[in-house]
Design a protein around this ligand. Structure first.
Ligand code: HEM
Length: 336
C-alpha cells in the first residue's frame, strides 16, 4: 500500500517534468518521418535539401514603406536598406529536376536586421500548401512514392488518401492550371501561412504575405516549353539580374474576421485588402551552384520583434524538419 502510494506520488511529481520530453520526442519523430518520406520519394540525393533541392543562391536588399511601419514595429520596415540572402528553387527533393515541371518554384529569404535579428521565410509559387495539418505530410508524400514492386505509386493507396484528404489536392489543382514560369523573376510567390503583425501601439492584424514580380507574371506556352532545355532558370536569372535588378513588391493580404488563420490549404477571398509594404531587390546571383544560402536553412518561425507566428500547425511544424534536413545534408557534404 505504502509502496503504491509512493510510486503514485512519484509518478505525479515526475509527470509534468516528463511530459515535455515525451511531447518533444513525438514532435521529433513526426519531423523525421516527414524528412524520411521526402527522401523516399526522391531517392538518395547526398548533400541536397530534402525539398527545394534544385536551386541557386542570390542576394540583394529589402526596403520597407510607411504602410509596413503602420502595421508592424519590425525593423525590416524602417525604410533603410536591409541586406537579404535569397535562394530560388524548384520544388521537390531531386537536385536534377526539370525546370519545365509543373511543381512549385520557391523563394527563400533571410533578412539581416540590425541588432543581429533575423527574419527568415521560404515562399512558394502557389497561394496554398498541399497539407492542412503536419500529420498529413508524410502520408501525402508516401502515397505518391513508387512501390518497389511496380515502380509506380500504388493507385489504390493514392485514391484512398486523396478521398480521405480532399483538401490536399488544392495545390495541385492550382499548379495544373498555372503555366510553367518563364523565369524565377516572373512568378508570384506566396508565404501561404498566416502571421500576426503587431505595430508600435500594440495593435495587431493577421496577414499572409506575397512577393509580386515587378516585371509581371510570365509563363511558357506548351509550344515554348517544348523548345526549352531542362535547365534554364538559373542562367536566365543570372542574365536578367546582370542587366537590371529584379524587383518584387512585398504585399500583405489582411485577414478579416472569420478568415481561416490555421489552414494553409484555404485561400482567403480575393476581396481582402492587399497592401504593398516594401520592395525586395535582387542585385546578385551566384555564378555557380554554391553560395551563402547553401549552408543555411530558412526557418519560417525565425521572426523579428513585431511579427509573430499564427497558430497554424503547419507553420509551427516547419522548423524541426528543416533543421533535420540541414543536419543530414551538411553531414553528407562533409563526408564527401
Ligand atoms: C509540415 C510542413 C512542411 C514540411 C515537413 C517541410 C519540409 C521541408 C524540408 C525538409 C525542406 C528542406 C530544408 C533544408 O534542407 O534547408 C524544405 C524546404 C522548403 N520548403 Fe518546406 N516544408 C513544409 C512546409 C512548407 C510550406 C508551408 C512552404 C511554403 C510556404 C514550404 C516551402 C519550402 C521552400 C520554398 C523550401 C526551399 C527552401 C530553400 O530554398 O532553402 N514548405 N521544406
Amino acid at each position: 500500500m505504502k509502496r503504491t502510494l509512493l510510486a503514485t506520488s512519484l509518478a505525479a511529481l515526475l509527470a509534468p517534468a516528463l511530459f515535455p520530453i515525451a511531447a518533444a520526442q513525438a514532435q521529433t519523430s513526426q519531423a523525421e518521418a516527414q524528412v524520411n518520406a521526402l527522401e523516399g520519394l526522391a531517392g538518395p540525393q547526398p548533400g541536397a535539401r530534402r525539398s527545394g533541392a534544385k536551386g541557386i543562391c542570390a542576394s540583394g536588399h529589402f526596403v520597407g514603406n510607411a504602410v509596413g511601419r503602420s502595421l508592424t514595429s519590425a525593423s525590416a520596415f524602417s525604410g533603410a536598406q536591409v541586406p537579404v540572402v535569397a535562394r530560388f528553387s524548384v520544388g521537390g527533393g531531386n537536385p536534377k529536376a526539370s525546370d519545365k515541371g509543373k511543381s512549385v518554384r520557391g523563394l527563400a529569404l533571410a533578412f539581416q536586421l540590425p541588432g543581429n535579428e533575423v527574419w527568415q521565410m521560404a515562399n512558394i509559387s502557389a497561394p496554398v500548401f498541399f497539407v492542412a495539418r503536419p500529420d498529413q505530410f508524410a502520408p501525402f508524400v508516401q502515397a505518391r512514392t513508387a512501390d518497389p514492386a511496380t515502380g509506380k505509386p500504388d493507385p489504390e493507396k493514392l485514391k484512398a488518401f486523396n478521398a480521405a484528404n480532399p483538401e490536399t489536392l488544392r495545390q495541385a489543382a492550382y499548379l495544373a492550371q498555372a503555366p510553367v514560369p518563364a523565369s524565377y523573376g516572373t512568378v508570384n510567390y506566396w508565404g501561404v501561412n498566416a502571421f500576426e503583425f503587431v505595430n508600435a501601439k500594440g495593435e495587431s492584424r493577421f496577414a499572409r504575405w506575397q512577393f509580386v514580380p515587378e516585371a509581371g507574371t510570365q509563363g511558357l506556352s506548351d509550344e515554348q516549353l517544348k523548345a526549352m532545355p531542362d535547365d534554364f532558370l538559373a542562367g536566365e536569372l543570372r542574365q536578367r539580374v546582370a542587366a537590371k535588378p529584379v524587383v518584387f513588391d512585398m504585399k500583405l493580404q489582411l485577414a478579416e474576421a472569420g478568415d481561416n488563420l490555421t489552414d494553409p490549404t484555404v485561400a482567403w477571398p480575393d476581396t481582402r485588402a492587399l497592401v504593398p509594404v516594401g520592395q525586395l531587390v535582387i542585385t546578385q546571383v551566384e555564378a555557380g551552384m554554391g553560395g551563402a544560402c547553401d549552408g543555411m536553412t530558412f526557418n519560417p518561425v525565425a521572426l523579428p520583434a513585431g511579427i509573430k507566428p499564427s497558430a497554424d500547425p503547419v507553420l509551427n511544424a516547419r522548423a524541426a524538419p528543416y533543421a533535420i534536413s540541414l543536419g543530414r545534408r551538411l553531414g553528407e557534404a562533409a563526408r564527401r
